[in-house]
Design a protein around this ligand. Structure first.
Ligand code: HEC
Ligand code: HEC
Length: 218
């Protein structure tokens, strides 16, 4: 029995290394990580806090395990480069690609779960009924994300999930996984499973995504 468990552990370990190697931190040198940390402290910490743990109403956590596990390098780098229009997340293109990579490597060095971004981004697009999605959104999500999805602007604890700055950079899989699993140690709880705030079905989650996407185009 024990031997069997160890085999499983060993396999999981190898798998983790193999997957982690596919993202930036897997190849980052200690010097790059140090540089990334310094750049983070200088440019980002004022909002995202020490160790990037975030602060409700100010900035989200960037070292959150669920976020790191579903974020591609492309998503993180483009978000940092372009910022999110109409939020306080400003663009940092002036730092240059190399420095932004170093920051992403530093953030990734906090990851304890394998990166699933490729699989998540390859998930099918959401199909559903935006009218049903709207009801869920208004009843559950709007308290934190704002009636129009503009997040902190409406005094909510959640980010601006209804604005193009977010929507144009994420896949439906990214949104779906966030709704299903939530983000541990933040106010974003999981919305699927027995311990969830509300146990939404896959179809209900798709309805919500279709609604958010439709609103974001207005
Ligand atoms: C003035 C405050 C502020 C500063 C400085 C700032 N951010 Fe942000 N950041 C935010 C806010 C606010 C959001 C969420 C915006 C929204 O509502 O969508 C955000 C979102 C993000 C996201 C998306 C996270 C997610 O959960 O999807 C990333 C990545 C990010 N910031 C990285 C950085 C990095 C790296 C720096 C420094 C180079 C930085 N930010 C500096 C305020 C800031
Ligand atoms: C109790 C408050 C709360 C409720 C209710 C809530 N959220 Fe969130 N949500 C958050 C917070 C807070 C974050 C960002 C986590 C952080 O601060 O690090 C977030 C993040 C997200 C993100 C990722 C956004 C990004 O910038 O990366 C999505 C997508 C999301 N929520 C969708 C939803 C949907 C859909 C609902 C309704 C079914 C919902 N949330 C309900 C608080 C909430």
């Amino acid at each position: 029995m024990l031997a069997h468990m160890c085999t499983v552990c060993g396999f999981a370990g190898v798998l983790w290394l193999a997957v982690a190697g596919a993202v930036i931190a897997g190849t980052a040198t200690p010097a790059t990580l140090k540089e990334g940390k310094e750049l983070f402290t200088e440019n980002c910490q004022v909002c995202h806090q020490a160790d990037a743990i975030g602060k409700p109403g100010v900035a989200p956590s960037l070292t959150n395990q669920e976020l790191l596990s579903i974020s591609s390098d492309k998503f993180l780098m483009a978000t940092i480069r372009d910022g999110r229009e109409d939020t306080s997340m400003m663009p940092f293109a002036h730092l240059g690609r190399k420095n932004i990579r170093a920051i992403v490597a530093y953030l990734r060095s906090h990851a304890m779960q394998p990166n699933r971004a490729e699989e998540v981004d390859a998930q099918p697009e959401a199909r559903g009924d935006p009218r049903l999605g709207k009801q869920w959104y208004i009843n559950i999500c709007s308290t934190c994300h704002g009636t129009s999805g503009n997040g902190y602007e409406s005094e909510g604890a959640g980010t601006a999930i209804g604005l193009p700055g977010f929507l144009n950079k994420v896949s439906d899989g990214f949104i779906r996984e966030t709704i299903k699993k939530g983000r541990s140690n933040t106010r974003m709880l999981a919305f699927q499973g027995p311990s969830a705030l509300a146990n939404l079905s896959d179809q209900e989650i798709n309805d919500i995504i279709v609604y958010i996407r439709q609103q974001g185009k207005k």
